[in-house]
Write a protein that binds this ligand. Structure first.
Ligand code: OOB
Length: 549
C-alpha cells in the first residue's frame, strides 16, 4: 500500500501558532514525566473495576517499563498500534508507553467488531493490537485471533488483564525490561501522536492524525475554559478512546493539570453516582441521552451525595434546550455544552455565559485563532444569524485525513478549511447553534453512523436490491436509524429482524445495526432523478412517530 504524506499546516500557520504560544514544544511523554516529577505521590488514575489506584509516579514508571517492553518486541516510532480498551487504568499505561516511543495508538472503541478492527489493522498496516481479554460479555481474544490470521503486518496482540489466552499479557511485556527512562529517539512535538477515528459519512471510517503540539494545546485551552486544576477530579464515563472524554477536557486534560482521573466502568447512575460521592468527582462529560438519564435519576432522588460535582459537560449530539434547563436544578452543577469533533475544533459555552446562552447554544471555539466560516452551498459567507455550512481552520484542526488524498480534496477547501458537514448559525456573541447536518451521517445519541457504510452491508444481502439508511427522530437518542430496503424481484421478503441479524453477523458494531427496517418498492427522487434522502427522512418521521402517522 502507498502511504501518502500526512497533510499538515503550512509554515506560516505553524510559525504563527508557535509565536502565539499555542504550540509549546511539549510531547505527551514529557508532560507525564513533568507531572510525575512535580508530584509523584498524587493520584493520577483510579480504576474501581480493576482495583487500581496509580499515582503519577507509578503511571510514569509503568509507561516507561511498557515502552521498553514494546520496543523489545520491535514496536518502533511511527508504527501503528490499534488500541481497543474499555475504561480501565491500563488504557493510560498503554497510550503513554506508545506516546513515549512515538508509536501511534489507533483509537478503536470497545463496541467495534471484526469488520471495523480488520479495517483499522489493514488500512494502517498495524504492527500490534491491544485488547482486554474479555469485557462486557465479549471475548476480544477470539476477534484478535481471526484478525491476526488475516493481517500479515499484525505481529503482536497484547492483552490487558488476567487471562491473555494465546496472546501475550501486557504485564509480561512490561515486567521483564528495565525502564526506558531516556528515550533517545522519541517523538518531536510536531510529530503525530495518534490516529483518532472520524464519525464519517463514507463507506469506511477516516483516520484523523493529531500531533502532540496541537492536541496539547486543545487540552490547555479546554482546562482553562472548564476551570480544571490539580484539585479537579474527572470521571470518565464515555468510552475513554473517544475524543470527547479524552480531551474535552477529559482524562488527558485532567492529567495535564495534575488532577485525578476516575474510570467509570459503566455509565448508569447506579455505578456513577456512588463513584462521584466516594472520589469527590468535580466534573464529567456525557452525551445527551445519558445526561437525560442522570438528570431524571437525580431529580427522582438519590441516596448519594453529588455535592462535589461542579460541572457537567454535555456534547457529541444536540442537547435540547428543555433538557439543558433541567441540569442545574436536578444535579446542582453548572452545565457546559460542548460541540466538538475529533478532527479538531471544539466549542464550549463558558462558565460565566448567561444562562440563556448556556441552554440555547453549543458554545464558541476554544481559541482566538480558530477561524470559523458559515457559508452557503456556493461557499459564500452568510450573515450572522443565518444557517449555513460550518467550515473551520485553526491551531488544532487537521489539514487532512491520514492517507486519504482523494477524500481530502472534498473534505477540505483549497485554503485548508475543514468542511465539518454541520449546519450552524452564529449568534452575534460568536456562539454557534447547531441547526442540522449536511453530511450523510446519523448521530445516534452521540454515536456516529455513516449511512453509506451500513448501506454497503445491506447490499451484500442476497435478497436486497437497493438500500438507503436515514435517521429518524427518537425521544431518547435524538435520532435512530431506519433502513429503507428494495428487494430483488422475486425475492421472498425476509423478516426485518433477519436483516438486522445479517448486518450484525457481518461483524459490525452493534450501534450501526439499523433500528428499523422498512421494505419499499421505490425511493423518492429529486428533480434530477437522484434519490432524495430528504424525502425519505420525511417519510421516516411520519412512520416513526405514531403521533404524526
Ligand atoms: C464529538 O466528536 P465526533 O468526531 O464523534 O463527532 C463530531 C460531530 C460534529 O461534527 C457534529 O456533527 C456532532 O458530532 N456534534 C454535535 C455536538 N457535538 C458534536 N452536534 C450537535 N451538538 C453538539 N453539542 O462528538 C465530540 C468531540 C469533542 C468534544 C465533544 C464532542
Amino acid at each position: 500500500m502507498t502511504t501518502h504524506p500526512t497533510p499538515t499546516w503550512p509554515d506560516e500557520f505553524a510559525d504563527r501558532y508557535r509565536a502565539a504560544g499555542h504550540w509549546r514544544g511539549e510531547t505527551f511523554g514529557s508532560m507525564l514525566r513533568d507531572r510525575a516529577e512535580a508530584h509523584p505521590d498524587r493520584t493520577a488514575v483510579v480504576d474501581p473495576a480493576g482495583g487500581h489506584r496509580w499515582s503519577y509516579g507509578e503511571l510514569d514508571a509503568r509507561a516507561d517499563r511498557l515502552a521498553a517492553g514494546l520496543r523489545s518486541r520491535g514496536i518502533a516510532k511511527g508504527d501503528r498500534v490499534v488500541v481497543q480498551l474499555p475504561n480501565i487504568a491500563e488504557f493510560f499505561e498503554v497510550v503513554f508507553a506508545l506516546f513515549r516511543i512515538g508509536a501511534l495508538p489507533v483509537f478503536a472503541l470497545p463496541a467495534h467488531r471484526e469488520t471495523e478492527i480488520r479495517y483499522f489493522c489493514e488500512f494502517t498496516e498495524a504492527a500490534a493490537y491491544v485488547i482486554a481479554g474479555e469485557h462486557g460479555g465479549h471475548d476480544y481474544r477470539t476477534l484478535a485471533a481471526t484478525v491476526r490470521a488475516d493481517v500479515p503486518t499484525l505481529r503482536h496482540v497484547f492483552v490487558a488483564g488476567p487471562d491473555a489466552g494465546a496472546f501475550e499479557a501486557l504485564s509480561d511485556v512490561a515486567a521483564e525490561h528495565p525502564a526506558l527512562t531516556e528515550p533517545d529517539d522519541g517523538p518531536e512535538p510536531g510529530d503525530l501522536a495518534f490516529l483518532q477515528l472520524s464519525g464519517g459519512s463514507t463507506g469506511v471510517p477516516k483516520l484523523i492524525p493529531r500531533t502532540h503540539d496541537d492536541y496539547l494545546y486543545s487540552l490547555r485551552g479546554s482546562n482553562e475554559i472548564c476551570a480544571v486544576d490539580e484539585d479537579s477530579v474527572y470521571l470518565c464515563v464515555l468510552p475513554a478512546a473517544h475524543n470527547f472524554p479524552l480531551s474535552s477536557p477529559g482524562t488527558l486534560g485532567a492529567l495535564y493539570a495534575g488532577a485525578r482521573v476516575v474510570m467509570c466502568p459503566q455509565p448508569s447512575p447506579d455505578v456513577a453516582f456512588p463513584l462521584i460521592e466516594r472520589e469527590g468527582v468535580t466534573l464529567t462529560g456525557l452525551v445527551p441521552p445519558l445526561a437525560l438519564v442522570w438528570t431524571e435519576a437525580a431529580a427522582a432522588g438519590t441516596p448519594y451525595d453529588l455535592d462535589s460535582l461542579d460541572i457537567l459537560l454535555v456534547g457529541g449530539a444536540k442537547f435540547s434546550e428543555q433538557a439543558a434547563r433541567r441540569v442545574r436544578p436536578a444535579l446542582g452543577c453548572a452545565l457546559q455544552q460542548v460541540f466538538g469533533m475529533a478532527e479538531g475544533l471544539v466549542n464550549y459555552t463558558r462558565l460565566d455565559d448567561p444562562e440563556e446562552t448556556i441552554v440555547t447554544t453549543q458554545g464558541r471555539p476554544i481559541s482566538p485563532d480558530d477561524e470559523i466560516r458559515v457559508v452557503d452551498d456556493a461557499d459564500e459567507d452568510v450573515p450572522d444569524g443565518e444557517p449555513g455550512h460550518l467550515l473551520t481552520r485553526g491551531p488544532y484542526t487537521i489539514r487532512g485525513y491520514w492517507n486519504a488524498p482523494e477524500h481530502n480534496r472534498r473534505a477540505f477547501t483549497e485554503d485548508g478549511f475543514y468542511r465539518t458537514g454541520d449546519i450552524v448559525r452564529r449568534t452575534e456573541t460568536g456562539h454557534l447553534v447547531v441547526e442540522g447536518r449536511a453530511k450523510d451521517q446519523i448521530n445516534r445519541g452521540g454515536e456516529k453512523i455513516a449511512a453509506e457504510e451500513v448501506e454497503n452491508h445491506l447490499l451484500a444481502h442476497p435478497a436486497v436490491h437497493d438500500a438507503n439508511v436515514v435517521g429518524e427522530p427518537d425521544p431518547y437518542l435524538g435520532e435512530r436509524t431506519c433502513a429503507y430496503v428494495i428487494l430483488r424481484s422475486g425475492a421472498e421478503q425476509p423478516r426485518p429482524v433477519a436483516i438486522k441479524r445479517f448486518v450484525r453477523d457481518r461483524g459490525l458494531a452493534a450501534y450501526k445495526v439499523p433500528d428499523r427496517v422498512e421494505f419499499v418498492t421505490e425511493f423518492p427522487q429529486t428533480g434530477v432523478g437522484k434519490i432524495s434522502k430528504k424525502d425519505l427522512r420525511a417519510t421516516a418521521r411520519t412512520d416513526g412517530d405514531p403521533a404524526r402517522a
